[in-house]
Each structure stands twice: as structure tokens, then as C-alpha cells.
Design a protein around this ligand. Sequence first.
Ligand code: NAD
Length: 265
Amino acid sequence: MGKGLLTGKRGIIFGALDESSIAWQVALRAKEEGATFTLTNTPVALRFGKVKELGDLCGASVIAADATSEEELKLLFEQSVEALGGKLDFVLHSIGMSMNIRKKRDYTNLNYSFYQKTMDISATSFHKILQTAYHLDAINEWGSVVALSYIAAQRVFPGYNDMADAKAALESIARNFGYYYGKKCKVRVNTVSQSPTPSTAGSSVNGFDHFYDYAHQLSPLGNASAASCADFCVLLFSDYMRMVTMQNLYHDGGFSMVGTSTQSR
Ligand SMILES: NC(=O)c1ccc[n+]([C@@H]2O[C@H](COP(=O)([O-])OP(=O)(O)OC[C@H]3O[C@@H](n4cnc5c(N)ncnc54)[C@H](O)[C@@H]3O)[C@@H](O)[C@H]2O)c1
């Protein structure tokens, strides 16, 4: 199915843990389209996940980095540029984690040290990644940086908890950094607001099955899968989306535009 959309392009893909990860599917599609890239995740995720297996499948080096650590991000960018033989053309931020969700603290009873972690891992890390790349001048002109978001940034989905605040911040970072990076060297920065997707992070959200079924019923096209999200991310990395930046793009089968539906699927 590959059409060479990313031939000659180099990148970094954050957040593949196992086959259910959206980033896993993006890596497979990016490889199919001719890209070379490094894969990265936290040391713990590298121990317990299957990232090395994905590295073998894609011929990609795997480099450990905690996306909240500026030092580790700097090393990651430097090592990636060296391993890939030049500056980068795309970066995927596919990272999210909430201890409040994990520990079943609801939104009216948050633990604030967990909250800070949620924001740092799920939103500020995006700024840190962009700022690191910006100061190292690690991304080529017309490069593309994409982060994954969810519609709870705009509307209330009880159970999505403090991740809703993190996604609102993530989308704001895309808009604001997109301005500066576009001015400096035409690097594009966008978020993709994806349908509920059965993955480790997705399934950990309280009431995930309800979110999933509700969105699937309401969306005229049904929920978008991780594989179709990967197609969209690859398109955003490609030269066909050169003039799209600072946007939050819904990839949700139409869910975000529907008020109510008379049909059940
Ligand atoms: N699954 C869904 O329903 C859904 C819907 C919309 C958006 N998203 C977003 O998609 C992205 C990917 O999630 P997923 O559904 O593929 O789940 P996932 O659990 O497979 O991916 C989350 C990744 O974040 C990584 N991570 C956590 N802390 C980190 C840190 N400090 N540094 C670096 N990496 C860290 C994890 O190791 C994991 O690989 C997330 O931003 C998520 O919020 C998911």
C-alpha cells in the first residue's frame, strides 16, 4: 500500500508500547511510506513493552528517554540526528498518563502532585520536545510535528478526568509553538483529535467502553481506528499538508460535528 509519501524523511516517534498503541501503527505506516526514524519511550516502557520488537520490524534504533526530562530529550534529538544521518522532518508525540485516573481519584477529588505529573507528562512534554528541537535546530524547513489529542479538550467527558485539562494545554501549545516555529523555519505543529481507541492508555480511562460505544453510535463513519489514525499522521508528515499548521484536526468519523443521531449502528 506504500506510495513513498515519506521517502527520504527522517523522524522520531514517541509513545509506542505494544501493538495497541497508536504510535505503533504510525511507525508501521511511516516505514511503509519510506521514512527512517528512531523510536523512543521511557526506560520502564522499554523493559515492559514491546518497543524493541517494533524496532526490529522497522529497522529503527530504540532510544530511551523520559519526555519530561530536558536532558534526556536533548540527548535523544542529538542521537537521532546522528543515527539517521541528518536533521529530522517529522516528530510524533503520542504520550499520555494520569495517576489520578490510575488511582481512581475523580475530578472533584484530585491529588495535586498526580495532577502536576499528568500535566508534565501529557502536555508540558510537548513543549519540551518542541523547545529542544527548536534550540538544537534539529528539524528541517517544512518539517511536521504532530501530537495526539482528544475532544475532552473542548467538551466534558466525565471519567476523562485531569487528562481533559492536559489535552486543552496540549492543543494550546501546538497553536503557540506552531506560530514561533513556523516563523523561524516553516515547521508545522498540529494536534490530531482521535476517536476513542482501545489501547493501554485508552482502556485505563474510567468508563472507556461507554465512551467508545457512544462515539461509535454517534459518528456517521463510526470510530476511527488506530490504523486509520496512522494514515492521517503519515499524511500530516508528508509534503501534501505543507500549509497546515497550528490546527487541532478531528480524526473521529465525524463525531465532533454531530449533535444527536436517530440511528444506532
Ligand atoms: N486511546 C484513546 O482512546 C485515545 C484517544 C485520543 C487520543 N489519544 C492519545 O493518543 C496518545 C497515545 O495513546 P495510546 O492510546 O496509543 O496509548 P498507549 O498507552 O499505547 O501510549 C501512551 C504512551 O505514553 C508513554 N509515556 C508515558 N509516560 C511517558 C513519559 N514520561 N515519557 C515518554 N513516554 C511516556 C507510554 O509509555 C505509552 O507508550 C496519547 O496522547 C493519548 O492521550 C488516545
